[in-house]
Ligand binder design. Structure first.
Ligand code: FAD
Length: 437
């Protein structure tokens, strides 16, 4: 089977460009491996690490078409969110059993990463500072009210913040109300992904910039790359929406892009003009609004704007339009500081499914996968990758049973009907987000 669409993320992610240059690991892949994992995002990195711990004598190959951190895992907003947020439920919590399971998974992912960072001495601006969900409009405040009642039902800690408190903390008077929850961690995602890749166990060989262009299922499974053909007994797909290129889930996996921009570093004078805490993160009450961060190295990040790109690739023209919205979002929130250039603007693919379900477990004989984390893959991808390796090693746990019991991504109407439907939905919701954006 030929892989028709390959990932090709833009080279303008601020998170990667501010890091020191790093030579990608481009060793020619071996002819044979016991396990091949395709996709070196957070899901693949966790799967490779855990599999290597279970099978220290096996040869494990982790392949990516791009450099580590070039994909969504290195270009997201860097929120490790601990709480569930079910968009289909009126109080955003919905079924309590599922919500508690989600929370357990998210918190397990955070703990797992915290331990690795400590052990391997990985520096990625890890900040256990919680997050604020911010509302600008009356409809945003209604969302916070509903979520608050959901959190009461779930019995988790939160604190409401009024506009004065928010202004003192964030240095902007833009928000009318906030809901602070303490369990979220903020990171520099590209630094985290690179750090994890550099600390992979010895029996994992990482091959970056090595696209899999063809796959033949059988015993063994044969993968074709520009550097040669690889035969393997077992294949793990941690390719997010690109699993459909390998013949799984078809148009149930929706590559919806979202766009982020980051300013240059603020000068001392500008930092004082803004005031507020030295770092923080705020997500919008309306999911189509802006996520905003002040990073520990004193840049402001704004993420808003969505596009649907069924091939898994975005375009420069869409990114240019996104820049306008990002600049507008920045100016609306920080009118006090002028002439601040948004230094980098980039896009990245979320993998969404209509029923918000991921894929996890066996896909066919000797082929396994984990992906489609519906916009929350820093925690969900990490824990899914680790649990997939546990599953392959024959382990059993409550978390694993929960993952295996979940529905898979639900099918969608055929194209072009699907494309039209998603594009209209994105357009409508972004307009509706109004000032939240
Ligand atoms: C702008 C933005 C902001 C976001 N913010 C957050 C956030 O704050 N918190 C959060 O939890 N999530 C966030 N997300 C979502 C999060 O980034 C993803 O859910 C997560 O990175 C998914 O990880 P993954 O490892 O499953 O997939 P990916 O990171 O997409 O990795 C899949 C990899 O597979 C590779 N691949 C695909 N096909 C092939 C092939 N044929 N051959 C070889 N390699 C291939 C790709 O190159 C890619 O590196 C955001 C996403 C974006 C784009």
């Amino acid at each position: 089977m030929q892989i028709r669409n390959l990932p090709a993320d833009d080279g303008s992610s601020g998170w990667i460009n501010v890091l020191p240059p790093r030579e990608p690991k481009r060793l020619a892949p071996p002819l044979e491996a016991d396990w091949v994992i395709v996709g070196a995002g957070f899901t693949g990195l966790a799967a490779a690490r855990q599999l290597a711990l279970h099978y220290p004598g096996d040869r494990i190959l982790l392949i990516d078409a791009q450099r580590v951190a070039d994909g969504a895992s290195g270009r997201n907003s860097g929120f490790l969110i601990d709480l569930p947020h079910d968009l289909s439920a009126p109080d955003y919590i919905g079924d309590l059993v599922a919500a508690r399971n989600d929370m357990t998974l998210n918190r397990a992912a955070t703990g797992y990463l915290r331990d690795i960072l400590k052990k391997e001495d990985i520096e990625c601006h890890w900040r256990e500072c919680g997050k604020i969900q911010g509302a600008v409009s009356t409809s945003g405040i209604k969302v916070l009210d509903a979520y608050r009642s959901g959190l009461d039902r779930l019995g988790t800690e939160y604190r409401m913040m009024n506009s004065d408190t928010l202004e003192r903390k964030l240095g902007t008077s833009y928000y009318r109300q906030g809901l602070f929850t303490p369990g979220t961690v903020l990171v520099q995602p590209a630094a985290l992904a690179r750090g994890l890749a550099n600390a992979l166990p010895q029996n994992v060989q990482l091959c970056e910039q090595t696209p899999v262009t063809q796959v033949e299922y059988g015993t063994p499974i044969t993968l074709t790359t520009p550097g040669g053909t690889i035969k393997t007994g077992k294949l793990l797909l941690t390719t997010n929406a690109f699993a459909k290129e390998f013949g799984f889930f078809g148009n149930a996996l929706l590559p919806v892009f979202t766009y982020g921009g980051i300013t240059r570093q603020l000068t001392e004078e500008e930092q004082q003009l803004v005031g507020g805490d030295p770092y923080w993160g705020i997500i919008p009450a309306d999911p189509f609004g802006s996520t905003v961060r002040r990073t520990p190295d004193q840049r402001i990040l704004i993420r808003n704007t969505f596009s649907y790109n069924p091939t898994g690739r975005s375009t420069d023209a869409i990114r240019a339009r996104a820049r306008d919205h990002i600049e507008k979002g920045f100016k609306a929130r920080f009118p006090k500081i002028k002439n601040i250039e948004i230094e980098y603007v980039w896009g990245g693919a979320l993998c969404l499914s209509r029923n918000h379900a991921p894929y996890f477990g066996k896909l066919r004989d000797n082929v396994y996968g984990a992906g489609c984390h519906n916009g929350l893959g820093v925690t969900k991808g990490t824990i899914a990758g680790k649990l997939l390796a546990d599953y392959l090693a024959g382990e059993d746990s409550e978390m694993l049973r929960y993952m295996l019991s979940r529905p898979t991504p639900s099918a969608n109407p055929p194209r072009p009907l699907l494309d039209i439907g998603i594009k209209m939905t994105l357009l409508y919701n972004q307009l509706k987000a109004g000032a939240e954006r």
